[in-house]
Design a protein. Structure first.
Lengths: 299, 310
């Protein structure tokens, strides 16, 4: 049993690490901007396409293979810098203060446009670029062989969680973000440029989603429909943890991973339904999520 | 402009269009099927609730039709519609009993969760549901008569128009009834309504059941038109499309969702020959409507005061 369940667990946690990156961005954007961005999953697939293109270019140009590692965060950063401000300044800004129905619809329209733009630019073929996985190879622990890349993903997600908490608690811009989340009007009255904070928080969210997408390319590649599938999983994770809760998203990602492992082990046909069953059960008991609360909204 | 001549004119135009272009018959039947579901979503929007999961009732209606034909040998078209309607209404009341306790984003998310559970179950239980391949739906009989596929398609088109008219009249009457007026009032000020002694959850449950019923009937029409049901009918993007169709057309009255659905299906069909980027056109149209035409496309024809989204 140990030999079968531990590799399943590592695989599940590695996937959870990527979904966590998307969900934490979604939750961050929601708590700062108070907009539920239905198009957030598209940033994941855009990041994946960008990373695949850049990685394939690096390999095709005959550059050293380790450069593909650098290409992953670089492509995510490029996506965040170009796409983030562009969308926040135009569409999302317009939706501030509107009803949820309008916000969901505006971002759904954006989702449809982004999905088709990707189809036009990258076609309907799948892309694979697995140099980083090959370079890292595999390691054997207790008689079981693991892909080192998957272990790196899990550690990276944990590091990003800690880094994000430190960023919000201990840097100037992070504290500004926390202040805007705590009270938008007072922050504005104190002279904080909330528009700038919104743009930075949104771009940070885009970066996290795009990074998740970039990191998925070496192990699973990218194909059409990735954005839509990721979006709804990220929703589930963010909702389970409580919208606006960073550590909630992390715990929820682990819970979803565990649920899927158990499902695969005992009832394989329940694998895909596990995340949504957990989401349903949690929301029925605690509509604000495991870490959420009805009144306060804090990071 | 008065409602009756406008609606009559629209229906005559629909029928005339299929005489000029026979291929429109399929497209418009499907549009009416989706329009029925979107009308259900529009009912909830009137109460200020947005559901990103309503495609589940569309799928429930469609699969109920497929199961009734495959497992119970029921082939009569009216029996199939009735069965699907009852099943989706019961499902709507059961699910509604849970979800009407929630508002805003939590309502949307909970509907999303339930619809994704249904989607995953439909795609995974291959033995029962045919998995991702879905199920075939044969040509039903009409009151004991066996029609060939083409004749049935024409029959279904007129049946869909009849269903649209009946649903339109029923929902119109509902909107004007005390229950329907209470639904708009939930949107305006829920607490005041509670103070007046009106059970808000009961009002919403009726609306939710009605919207599930309409979506289910739309689903059974879609199943019979396409001749196939797929788990994708319950996927979250399809739920998004239903909300999109409702808002695109306009939620102020009963005509809007059908106008929106016709627009969506026509863009889909016309763009298919040129590009598969039809979603982009639809998405851009949605943004255009939200930004510039808060009453929806139908606002061009019938400017009304009621039914703003925000």
């Amino acid at each position: 049993m140990f030999e079968t369940i531990v590799p399943l667990l590592i695989d599940g946690l590695a996937n959870a690490a990527l979904i966590f990156l998307v969900a934490v961005g979604l939750t961050l954007v929601f708590s700062v901007l108070r907009v539920l961005n239905v198009a957030h999953g598209s940033f994941y697939s855009i990041g994946a396409y960008a990373a695949a293109s850049l990685g394939l270019w690096v390999v095709g140009a005959g550059l050293p293979g380790w450069l593909t590692f650098a290409s992953l965060p670089l492509s995510a950063a490029l996506v965040a810098v170009i796409v983030g401000p562009l969308i926040e300044r135009t569409l999302i800004r317009w939706a501030y203060g509107k009803s949820e129905a309008v916000q969901i619809l505006v971002t759904f329209g954006l989702f449809l446009i982004l999905e088709d733009l990707q189809r036009i630019v990258f076609g309907v073929d799948s892309f694979y670029e697995d140099t980083p996985v090959q370079l890292l190879g595999s390691i054997e622990i207790g008689g079981v062989v693991y892909l080192t890349y998957q272990l790196v993903l899990i550690l990276l997600a944990a590091a990003l969680l800690v880094g994000l908490k430190l960023f919000i608690g201990h840097t100037r811009i992070g504290k500004l973000i926390a202040a805007v989340v705590a009270d938008r009007e007072i922050s504005q009255a104190m002279g904080i440029n909330t528009n700038r904070v919104f743009m930075i928080a949104f771009s940070l969210g885009v970066f996290l989603a795009a990074l998740g997408g970039a990191l998925t390319v070496p192990q699973a590649g990218v194909s059409p429909g990735l954005g839509a599938d990721t979006m709804v999983l990220a929703f589930a994770v963010a909702a389970i943890g409580g919208l606006g809760k960073i550590e909630g998203a992390a715990v929820a990602a682990v819970i979803v991973a565990l649920a899927r492992v158990l499902a695969i082990y005992f009832a394989p046909e329940l694998d895909a339904v596990a995340p949504y069953l957990v989401m349903l059960l949690v929301l029925l008991v605690r509509p604000y999520g495991l870490f959420g609360s009805a009144t306060t909204r804090k990071i | 402009m008065p409602l009756l001549p406008l609606a009559t004119g629209a229906i005559i135009a629909l029928v005339a269009a299929t005489f000029a272009f026979p291929w429109l018959e399929f497209v418009l039947t499907l549009a009416i099927a989706k329009g029925l579901a979107a009308l259900g979503v529009a009912i909830l929007l009137r109460g200020g609730l947005i559901s990103i999961g309503h495609a589940m009732f569309f799928a429930i209606g469609a699969y109920a039709t497929a199961f009734a034909m495959r497992d119970f040998g029921i082939t009569d078209v009216f029996a199939l519609i009735l069965i699907s309607a009852i099943i989706s209404l019961v499902a709507g009341l059961l699910i509604g009993a849970f979800v009407v306790r929630y508002r805003a984003i939590f309502f949307a998310m909970l509907n999303l969760a339930i619809s994704m559970v249904l989607f995953s179950l439909l795609s995974k239980f291959y033995g029962v549901t045919g998995g991702t391949d879905g199920l075939r739906v044969g040509t039903p009989t009409v009151l004991g008569m066996v029609l060939e596929a083409k004749g049935f398609a024409t029959f279904l088109f007129y049946a869909a128009i009849a269903a649209m008219v009946l649903a339109g009249l029923a929902v119109n009457a509902y909107f004007k009834s005390p229950l329907g007026e209470a639904l708009s009032a939930v949107h305006t000020n829920e607490i005041r309504l509670e103070y007046l002694g009106i059970p808000v959850r009961g009002v919403l449950l009726v609306a939710y059941g009605l919207s599930a019923l309409l979506a289910g009937i739309g689903g059974t029409f879609a199943a019979m038109t396409i001749g196939h049901v797929l788990p994708d009918m319950a996927y979250w993007t399809d739920s998004g499309h239903l909300v999109l169709v409702a808002v695109l057309g306009g939620i102020s009255g009963i005509g809007g969702p059908f106008v929106g659905a016709a627009f969506l299906e026509l863009v889909h069909t016309l763009a298919a020959g040129v590009t598969d980027a039809w979603n982009m056109i639809v998405g851009a149209a949605l943004l255009g409507v939200i930004f510039f035409l808060p009453k929806g496309l139908i606002g061009f024809i019938r400017p009304t005061k009621k039914g703003d989204l925000a």
